[in-house]
Design a protein around this ligand. Sequence first.
Ligand code: AMP
Length: 395
Amino acid sequence: MTKKTIKDVDLHNKRVLCRVDFNVPIKNGNITDDTRIKASLPTIEYILDQEGSKLILMSHLGRPGGEQKPEFSLKPVSKKLSRLLDRKVMIASDCIGPEVENLAGKMISGDILLLENLRFHTEETKNEPVFAQKLSRLGDIYVNDAFGSAHRAHASTEGVAHYLTGLAGLLMESEIEFLGGVLENPAQPFIAIIGGAKVSTKIAVLESLLPRVSVLIIGGGMAYTFLKAEGIGIGKSLVEEDLLETAKSLLKKSDDLNVNILLPVDHKVADNFSENASAEIIPGIHIPENKIAMDIGEKTIDTYREVISKAKTIVWNGPLGVFEFPEFAEGTLQVARLVADCPGTTVVGGGDIVAALKKFGLAEKISHVSTGGGASLEFLEGKELPGIAALASRS
Ligand code: AMP
């Protein structure tokens, strides 16, 4: 870890301005999933344990588009956080301005103040320096624990670090360590499982991982562009015609690198793309013209079983079938069980697959479940995330 964390700096008596990811789903004023709030608790508790510290938390919630819309208020979050911590959490009426500065200035040891939604101001997403400077006036030091927003250069994730020393929170630290470990120093055999709908959104991650892995499993809707590129009949399955050449060149590159790419060898198909469509097993690799491949088949899972059980490192992004439809969730579920049983280091990222793992009750058995969808994908693409780059380095 090259970045400084909250454990590297003395936070005694400091007013700590901490960016968290409290962008939780809210229905009729009730938080329907508090995972993100809970994920920030170790950092919050660590900061509060430092004698004399005061904690100012900031986050965005949804897309209010720069307007003070009550349905995007962080008030329900302040109540939830208060309950989880069993202590008082103050909520400010805004995130900048004299009133908030006054409130922050009066804080005493152990106080927690949650600022109102950062995106009530368009300057937040525009990374306006004046806005970032106003935020910075609220604290003595800046902590970023919002890994899920680290791929965005916004005022609260990047701009503010130009005015205050920036430190990684504990969640940010563990994300960097696990995802960075996969890229820099993976124990071999290292296998990547990349699924999901489209090749176009995963091409950069495939390019980045290909030279690092010993086996690359490509599943989900994106597999059919690769199968078509190999001359296999794919029926009415998802395909990106404009990426057939890209798929061919990736397959060629894998030969040059001696990396084994595993594509589906059998399929579960349907007549149409719908939840109630009846499923049919196609035991061979070719898909009939009038069928859509919706999931991988048993033989395909058998080919995965062998490599997954021997892996020392696994990274997984994207489901292997249309897992939202129960009839076509089997492939993703079976592979989730194999990954959960793998004794090596297992890292899973991406909103859909994390949701699937939770639904299957298997998230606990994974070494690291990333809290960032887009951020984890960009990290694995090898990009430097602005929210991480802005943090202070260790010497
Ligand atoms: P992504 O956001 O790119 O990871 O894609 C996730 C989506 O891929 C999910 O909504 C899945 O339903 C979809 N998906 C997975 N397998 C297939 C498939 N064979 N055909 C169409 N969509 C798929």
